[in-house]
Design a protein. Structure first.
Length: 440
């Protein structure tokens, strides 16, 4: 989980960069594995991050039998299995299908949906978005057109608190105070107000309209922001919704509300409403950590875990007393999971680095962990990258720590709309000093 930060104003389409891809989408999935230096990698989509106990157990067993044993969380609340043995794809697919994790083989890479993890659990959202989540996933898997979406296309279902609305999704649906929903596409200047009961249908219609517009324009793109004419999409979506009897009202994006202070950044560790929240350093969950979380979920009426886009896990525990919750958090803390909202781990992230990635120039996770004590004075999230690609880096203001070929790192203070402030760091022991130079 990254430190909370304010949400920058939406970019206009004039600030978006038009892109035409010269190759197909190679984003990995559960059926299309990616070859890495530490073995094959499978990315299992988990819409809304919601896993039943049986599904969580199936993922752990698949990783134990076929991979490195760990579960790796992504910035979209999905799960990656790493270190998979060659030729295990068929066995993995059968295991996932039996657990209900592959409802549609043709859609498995496009089920990218993030949802407010605490929705319905802490009383802060305007509505519980779980019905939206179920309806959108079902509709997505039933749409032949939606199979054309890239594995990078993202839906966000926000319960009104502004957490996942800040994640730069392609299609964002946010609960409104009047009981309706606000639909936004990329950074288009216009949003649509739709009835709450039609939110899922409107989200899918928006995605299908994006594909249609991209084909007509001859653009081979993966994300809404890559279209040079994205400001015209809301009007097209409104027309398509009207054709199927869904009323919508156009609204300027600036009138659609702002996030409450501190809403972005995800649930803090600890007891939050009727839930327990933990953070997994670097998004890596060991077999012991996963087993403890699954056992906790299995002992509750909900019997589920919610994976967050900030590499954390929320377990709904509506029936736990304060004392029981404290005991459960203590057990989870012993395993190495972060349960303290003041932990410096909440502002540190990293790509896989060496030895898992051939392109990485450093073991960034070891360097980040060894420098953890020096991160406190930064005041911003730090993201360590093994090369200039900066895979998995967060959005918004941050400190990028990028390995360079000459050895050491280059630090950059990245602030949207401003030129970055940079400084070299030959030795990680100088992290605190270099952070002082670029944040002063």
């Amino acid at each position: 989980m990254l430190a909370a930060m304010s949400t920058p104003p939406p970019r206009s389409s004039s600030q978006a960069t038009a892109v035409t891809r010269d190759r197909g989408d190679a984003c990995p999935g559960a059926l299309r594995l990616h070859t890495a230096d530490d073995g094959a990698l499978a990315r299992v989509r988990v819409p809304g991050g919601v896993l039943g106990v049986r599904q969580a157990e199936a993922l752990a067993e698949a990783s134990r039998r076929l991979g490195d044993g760990d579960l790796h969380l992504t910035s979209r609340g999905n799960v990656q299995l790493r270190g998979l043995a060659e030729g295990c794809g068929g066995e993995l697919a059968r295991s996932l299908d039996a657990a209900g994790l592959l409802p549609s083989a043709g859609h498995e890479r496009v089920r990218n949906i993030v949802a407010s993890p605490l929705s319905g659990l802490d009383g802060l959202g305007l509505r519980d978005v779980r019905p939206w989540l179920s309806a959108l996933d079902t509709a997505l898997c039933a749409s032949g057109t939606a199979r054309g979406l890239s594995g990078r296309f993202l839906f966000a279902l926000d319960d009104g608190r502004g957490d996942v609305a800040a994640l730069d999704a392609d299609v964002t649906v946010r609960a409104a105070e009047d009981g309706g929903a606000l639909l936004s596409l990329g950074t288009a200047a216009e949003s649509l107000s739709v009835p709450g009961e039609d939110a899922a249908r409107a989200a899918l219609t928006a995605a299908e309209t994006f594909l249609e517009a991209a084909r007509e324009g001859g653009a081979r793109v993966w994300r809404v922001t890559e279209l040079p004419f994205q400001d015209g999409l809301p009007g097209r979506v409104r027309d398509r919704l009207a054709a199927v009897g869904v009323d919508s009202v156009s609204r300027p994006r600036t009138e659609c509300g702002t996030s409450p202070a501190g809403a972005e950044g995800g649930p803090p560790p600890g007891t939050v409403g009727d839930a327990l929240s933990v953070h997994a350093p670097f998004g890596r969950l060991t077999p012991l950590q996963w087993r403890e979380l699954t056992a906790l979920a299995a002992a509750t009426p909900c019997r589920e875990l919610r994976l967050t886009p900030w590499r954390g896990v929320v377990v709904p525990v509506p029936d736990l007393t304060e004392e029981q919750a404290a005991d459960a958090l203590a057990r989870l803390s012993v395993t190495g999971l972060v349960t303290d909202p003041a932990s410096p781990w909440l502002r540190v992230g990293a790509c896989i680095g060496r030895p898992g990635c051939a392109k990485s120039l450093a073991d960034v996770r070891a360097d980040a962990a060894g420098s953890l004590a020096a991160t406190g004075g930064a005041g911003l999230p730090l993201y360590w990258s093994g090369c200039e690609r900066r895979c998995g880096h967060p959005r918004g203001e941050r400190i990028d720590v990028v390995a360079v070929e000459s050895g050491g790192y280059q630090l950059s203070r990245t602030t949207p709309g401003r030129s970055p402030r940079t400084a070299p760091m030959a030795d990680t022991s100088r992290l605190a000093a270099v952070l002082g130079e670029i944040t002063a």
